[in-house]
Design a protein around this ligand. Structure first.
Ligand SMILES: [Zn+2]
Ligand SMILES: [Zn+2]
Length: 127
């Protein structure tokens, strides 16, 4: 069981299971949406994610024809993205930075490294 919330606390959710995959997405859309070098998302079955509060505060941006990105309409926290139709609509990717419970994924994939920015590692790590 994992629990998460947005910055202002209006949106709270819990997730019944561990994710099937965790990834750092370096695509341009994730960079823009998060205002950051990359977005870290964990993928779950949509039926295993339950909103406890704030569903009416979720704002939706249709970033592609069949992809919706949802965020808190009050504080702007990025919450989830997923397909609104088709076979992948059973999945939802939740922003890992929202989790309030301990989360230690065994493996984190790096996606879209072709658009990875050069400034996301600290100088200490660049030798
Ligand atoms: Zn919020
Ligand atoms: Zn992305």
């Amino acid at each position: 069981m994992h629990k998460g919330s947005c910055l202002c606390g209006a949106i709270r959710f819990e997730i019944e299971t561990d994710p099937v995959a965790v990834s750092n997405c370096h695509c341009i859309m994730c960079q823009k949406q998060h205002g950051a070098a990359f977005a870290t998302y964990a993928r779950f079955r949509r039926c295993e994610v339950h909103y406890l509060a704030g569903v009416d505060t979720l704002a939706v941006y249709q970033s592609s024809a069949d992809v919706q990105r949802k965020f808190c309409g009050r504080c702007g926290s990025n919450i989830e993205w997923g397909y609104s139709s088709g076979e992948y609509a059973i999945w939802v990717a939740m922003a890992v930075g929202l989790l309030d419970t301990e989360f230690k994924p065994e493996n984190v994939k790096e996606l879209h490294q072709d658009t990875q920015v050069c400034w996301w590692r600290s100088h200490a790590e660049i030798t």
